[in-house]
Write a protein that binds this ligand. Structure first.
Ligand code: ADP
Length: 593
């Protein structure tokens, strides 16, 4: 991406603020003019005093002059303060507004993307967040350095040059001829730094990632007594970072020195030339200070060049991946238009195959019939493709090939919000949002009343436990135990009340009592709904109206529990292994006693 492309992409974000920007630019121009007041006043003062001195006038006669220049400088300072305030304030207003708009756009955009986008490796949680955050940060910094830093300085520089040229062509020429050298040195400085800066960026990320990992895995580190090992690892990262930091400083000091040197050469040349012109009677003595101050106005912005150059480079690096997040048109979930108030939930899969965006082939030629208002269990070893199948049934992904019908319609034809309002899901681990228990249950139905929420909690065997907490429904939901969080997910489901329900190992991580209670809740919810359940719990499988057995992405058997058991195939093997793991014989023995 070139800098022009970046500006082109930024245009729609900058456009709403064009009046503000215009205003800031007018302020900039006025500021550039006032910056030339000092040299002019100084020249006038020196020349007038020199004249007075020649005429032998005393202090009394000079008082008028002093009053005049004090007045002018005073007024100029007041005006200048107002201008600087205006520039900064409006500049900041532009920057903050654009930064907000960029972030809003990015968030709005990613919410429309499908799961494939989020599960791709370049968009892992942390990476995506930093792509967006950094992108917004550096793009707004670019806007800032352009409109707030760069333009005023350069306007100042150009006006000062024009004043120099109009005072004396040769002096202007000397000032101008220093500039290319200065540009060249700045360019070299930025070029030299760009490599180091990239390394530095990587090392900073390594360092903070390393620290986060360390904090997250502290228990494992301690249990294996790996503290010295981890410390050495961090130390090495830190050493590399320090090396790069020192190198950056070294480069900067060298080039900054070189630039000061060049600037001083410019000053000396201007003094010599102006002194010559004064002695040659082509100029008054005041011109010496005049030209030096003007030259300072010319060179000040150039001193900032390498910083601005760096910022542009950073903006280029980060904006590419930021705009890439905005541009992922192919990831936008395509909604069909087919709407129906209440779905029945009869699925029909004919020869369905599916590959994840990263190339993992997860389903092969699946044929399946899921009747409405019945419970269908998916059984198979882990990695068999059961969760993937649920991902397809809930249309988080579309099949590569084959036909997936829901109530006789291709699933892609459905209006997405309409479809998802008809689906409910409970997983092994459910997401609990930061917030209270009440807010978390309410996620199932935003407009639910307090009574409805409590009713749902009761059905999920959660109400009594919540009432025992000091802050009851206002308690922090993330502090609840795994089993309680599971009940929140089930309460949400009761509130949402969808006709189709997917359960993905809903009791896998629970203790026996919780499992039993949650099974009771789920049995209550299953009534008159289409349910697809993945489970390793025999009791839940046996209860199902029909069972599909999956192996390596394929359906290998299907039927009722009894039929499959008698078939003496994969299902029987899994069933018997589960039964053995329960140690049923001994259990029965002790129950008989
Ligand atoms: P199960 O639910 O039967 O344990 P899954 O459906 O989770 O199995 O996984 C089936 C296959 O798909 C596995 O090989 C797994 O690695 C792969 N897989 C699951 N989720 C993803 C994903 N988001 N991206 C890529 N591959 C995936």
């Amino acid at each position: 991406m070139s800098i022009w492309e970046v500006f082109k992409r930024l245009r729609p974000f900058v456009r709403p603020y064009r009046k503000l920007i215009l205003f800031a630019l007018v302020l900039t121009l006025v500021g550039a003019l006032t910056a030339q007041v000092n040299p002019i006043v100084l020249r006038y003062t020196v020349d007038t005093i020199e004249e007075m001195q020649k005429n032998g006038w005393g202090v009394a006669r000079g008082a008028g002059l002093l009053a005049l220049i004090s007045g002018i400088l005073f007024l100029k300072e007041i005006l200048n303060s107002l201008i600087v305030f205006g520039q900064r304030f409006y500049g900041e207003k532009i920057r903050i507004s654009i930064s907000g708009d960029l972030a809003d756009t990015a968030v709005g955009r990613i919410l429309t993307y499908d799961l494939g986008f989020f599960s791709s490796q370049t968009n892992e949680k942390g990476k995506l967040q930093s792509r967006i955050d950094r992108g917004v940060e550096y793009l707004t910094r670019l806007v800032q350095s352009f409109f707030i830093d760069l333009l005023p300085l350069f306007a100042n520089s150009v006006v000062a040059l024009v004043v120099m040229f109009s005072a004396n062509f040769y002096v202007g020429l000397v000032a101008l001829s220093i500039l290319p050298l200065y540009f060249w040195v700045s360019y070299k400085q930025a070029e030299k730094l760009s490599g180091v800066r990239r390394t530095l960026k990587g090392q900073r990320e390594d360092k903070s990632n390393g620290l986060i990992n360390l904090i997250e895995s502290i228990q494992v580190i301690k249990s294996f007594v790996r503290e010295p090992y981890e410390a050495t690892k961090q130390f090495r990262v830190q050493q590399l970072l320090m090396g790069s930091l020192l190198k950056t400083r070294q480069t900067n000091f060298f080039f900054d020195g070189l630039k000061s040197f060049l600037e001083q050469i410019g000053v000396v040349l201007i003094i010599i030339l102006t002194a010559y012109l004064v002695l040659d009677q082509q100029m008054s003595i005041g011109a010496i200070m005049f030209h030096i101050l003007l030259f300072n106005n010319v060179s000040a912005p150039i001193r900032q060049l390498h910083r601005i150059y760096d910022e542009m480079n950073d903006a280029l690096t980060y904006s590419e991946s930021f705009f890439d997040v905005l541009d992922r048109k192919e990831a936008v979930e395509h909604s069909g238009s087919y709407q129906v108030a209440e779905l029945a939930g009869a699925y029909e899969l004919n020869d369905v195959s599916f590959t994840y965006p990263n190339g993992n082939k997860a389903l092969f030629n699946v044929f399946m019939t899921i009747p409405k208002n019945q419970t269908t269990a998916l059984v198979g070893l882990s990695g068999a493709g059961k969760s993937t199948l649920i991902n397809l049934l809930s249309r988080f992904y579309l099949p590569d090939s084959g036909e997936l019908l829901l109530d006789g319609q291709p699933i892609a034809a459905f209006d997405l919000p309409n479809l998802r309002r008809n689906l409910g899901m409970v997983f092994q681990k459910n997401h609990i949002f930061k917030g209270s228990i009440e807010e978390n249950i309410r996620y199932g139905k935003m407009e639910a009343t307090q009574e409805e929420i409590q009713e749902a909690a009761k059905k999920a065997y959660l109400h009594e436990q919540v009432m025992a907490l000091p802050k009851q429904y206002a308690s922090d939901a993330q502090m609840l135990s795994g089993g309680q969080q599971q009940r929140i997910a089930i309460a949400r489901l009761f509130l949402k009340n969808p006709p189709i329900i997917f359960l993905d190992e809903p009791t896998a991580s629970l203790d026996a009592i919780a499992t039993e209670q949650i099974k009771n809740s789920l049995d209550a919810i299953k009534e008159g709904r289409t349910v697809v359940i993945i489970s390793h719990s025999l009791s839940q499988i046996i209860d199902a109206d029909q069972i599909y057995v999956m192996e390596k992405g394929r359906v290998v058997e299907n039927g009722t529990h009894q039929a499959l058991y008698e078939q003496n195939g994969v299902y029987r093997k899994i069933f018997e292994a589960s039964a053995r793991s329960l140690n049923l014989d001994k259990m029965l023995e002790s129950m008989r006693k």
